[in-house]
Design a protein around this ligand. Structure first.
Ligand code: 13P
Length: 253
């Protein structure tokens, strides 16, 4: 059975005192949960703070982006090596906000995926369609294209050390969660697609759902057979919400 993973994506939120208060409020309750992995993906400047607060706890941490390059004259960029200096377990790759606002194309996302793994960091690869694409009936084609770019560059076996997050763009920050059935259908498609290439990889692959997940919607989403946890935006900034979402992902919860 796959262990569920709930990861908070703090996006561009936080401050040293706010982070401290949030971490203080989540560490001990999450420490009592069983059969679920929890993580927070934070802005780069807070990695040291988060590492100091979370080392030795059951909560992992990571970043929200990285450069596809190893090092060099790339002003403003952060490499996988730098993230591993702060013991990051995860890095979010290809979030829709990066794809749309920063023009990251499938090729760049694939290169970032490879760079993360080369640095020993597990990529959380985000895929998902816009509302226009859903309404045009091309959800599966879009998700398949996003996955194929990574599989072509890294090989399907690379998904052994990766997480996929299905995040329908229309559900992000909008309060519109995909229904458990809508999400399950795409998760099953993703697993089926990978299964056609490597059954063992597909069976082990953790596929998270992301998009307006709240404590009130988490349990129903996580009850679906191919939904292995969540990538949580806004609700990960509210301690009680994030703790409740992690609780809902426990084995047998
Ligand atoms: P919200 O949970 O705020 O909709 O954000 C989802 C997301 O983008 C997580 O990466």
């Amino acid at each position: 059975m796959r262990k569920k993973l709930v990861a908070g994506n703090w996006k561009m939120h936080g401050s040293l005192p706010e982070n401290r208060a949030l971490l203080d409020a989540i560490i001990s309750p999450i420490g009592t949960f069983e059969g679920v992995s929890c993580a927070v993906c934070v802005p780069f400047p807070y990695l040291f703070q988060v590492q100091s607060a979370l080392q030795g706890t059951s909560i992992a941490w990571g970043a929200q982006n990285l450069s596809q390059h190893e090092k060099g004259a790339y002003t403003g960029e952060v490499s996988a090596r730098m993230l591993s200096d702060f013991a990051c377990s995860y890095v979010i790759i290809g979030h829709s906000e990066r794809r749309s606002l920063y023009r990251e194309d499938d090729k760049t996302v694939a290169a970032k995926f490879v760079a993360a793994q080369a640095g020993g960091i597990t990529p959380i690869l985000c895929v998902g369609e816009t509302l226009q694409e859903r309404e045009a009936g091309v959800t599966e084609q879009v998700v398949a294209r996003q996955l194929d770019a990574v599989i072509e560059l890294a090989g399907v076996k690379a998904l052994d050390d990766a997480v996929v997050a299905y995040e329908p763009v229309w559900a992000i920050g909008t309060g519109k969660t995909a229904t458990p059935e809508q999400a399950q259908a795409v998760h099953a498609f993703i697993r089926g697609k990978i299964s056609a290439l490597a059954v063992d990889v597909a069976q082990k692959l953790v596929i998270q759902y992301g998009g307006s997940v709240k404590a009130s919607s988490a349990a129903q989403l996580f009850a679906m057979p191919d939904i292995d946890g969540g990538l949580i935006g806004g609700a990960s900034l509210v301690a009680e919400e994030f703790v409740a979402i992690c609780r809902a992902a426990q084995t047998g919860a």
